[in-house]
Write a protein that binds this ligand. Structure first.
Ligand code: FES
Length: 97
């Protein structure tokens, strides 16, 4: 049976992506959720604002940066979702306050 690739496999958790409740697989990465919600090029470069997309999915390229629970510059491919996690795209340069 074909599975709808926009829906995660069970078991599921609910994360909050830029204020919107989104179902995610319990073992899904933040990068995977962001690609599913916004498309592959979900962030932009801190250098020139060009569209960027996760590349390696193993923690080597840093092309998957995202804000997780308010903390910027997290490697989305290395962070597994959990119930209630807040996730946001990271566009351009983001400072640490
Ligand atoms: S996709 Fe390469 S570090 Fe995350």
């Amino acid at each position: 049976m074909l599975r709808n690739c926009t829906e995660p496999e069970s078991p599921q958790v609910t994360v909050v992506v830029e204020g919107r409740a989104v179902a995610a697989g319990a073992d899904e990465s933040v990068a995977s959720v962001l690609m599913r919600v916004f498309g592959v090029e979900y962030r932009s470069s801190a250098i020139d604002g060009s569209a960027r997309a996760p590349y390696c999915m193993i923690g080597a390229c840093f092309e998957c940066l995202a804000q997780v629970d308010g903390i910027p510059n997290r490697q989305g491919c290395l962070v597994t979702v959990r119930e209630g996690m807040t996730i946001a795209r990271q566009n351009g340069r983001v400072g640490i306050e």
